[in-house]
Design a protein around this ligand. Sequence first.
Ligand code: CUA
Length: 326
Amino acid sequence: DHLKAAPALAAFGFLTACVGPQSALDPAGRDAETLADLFFWLVAGAVVLWVLMNGLMFYAWRAKPRPISPKTGRWLIFGGGIVFPTVVLAGLLSYGLSVIPDQRAPGEGLRVEITGEQWWFRVAYWPEGATEPIHSANEVVFPVGQRSELTLKADQVIHSFWLPSLAGKTDMIPGRVNRMSLEPTEPGEFRGQCAEYCGESHAWMAFTALTLMPEEFDAFLQDLAAPAVPPDTEVGQAGRTAFMAHGCGGCHTIRGTPARGNVGPDLTHVGSRLNLAAGALDVTVPDLAAWITDPKAIKAGAKMPAYDHLDPDEIVAMAVYLEGLK
Ligand code: CUA
């Protein structure tokens, strides 16, 4: 019975892969639209050829043996074996080359610098004319209808930035700066994923991409640039004290506090992000507490040390503090 269900499951898998927040076939960006069109034209071409070839094969199989002249035979081989595939393949190739988007086209204002870390994404926004960047992590926000430029880097090993709903895929290579640009066509929330094996938590290296209308995007960037507003509850304050006392600021920055570390993700507005630990967790108090307690239990090889020696109440307080950093 399991075997009988397999084809149905496979068909379900193929069909559901066509829509959703991480699909090249459900595009929400200029370049992704072109790539999806190209895919469907190539599939249509392949279907026509498949039907034609199988039709001929079926005909040859059923046909009564009938001698043909050597001249006709030579023409069949020359025409069917050389001219026909050359014309068809050259046609599809030149169509493909003519529509493939220039993924390195220059941007129109915003530049986002994204660095692949083990195993998360460091994000820095450079709005037009900015002299210093606005930092974030594991979440990239783009304005709709405007071509944004990405500069892609890596710290230790090769990663690959893949955001199929909006654009293609570009490697992030240590010692190099790769460029890519993209133009979202509609507001929405999408999922991206590291697409180059980069170590034990490669599969847990995802990010969220959010596309906002230009005026919402400006408001978002303004909020992001502002220092953190800590929660003014008693637990939140206790959490802040614990965060600073246990040296978390040695690795993390929270702008507006003494925490200025640069090793781990910037946590200034971590409470308003759409994911935690590069897509492994949600930004909730229980998930934050679980992460602080033992990151490696959630994500193999995570560089952050475990804090399971601390009093659980203190960990919950830190989680409340971080969740409150909106
Ligand atoms: Cu980073 Cu795979």
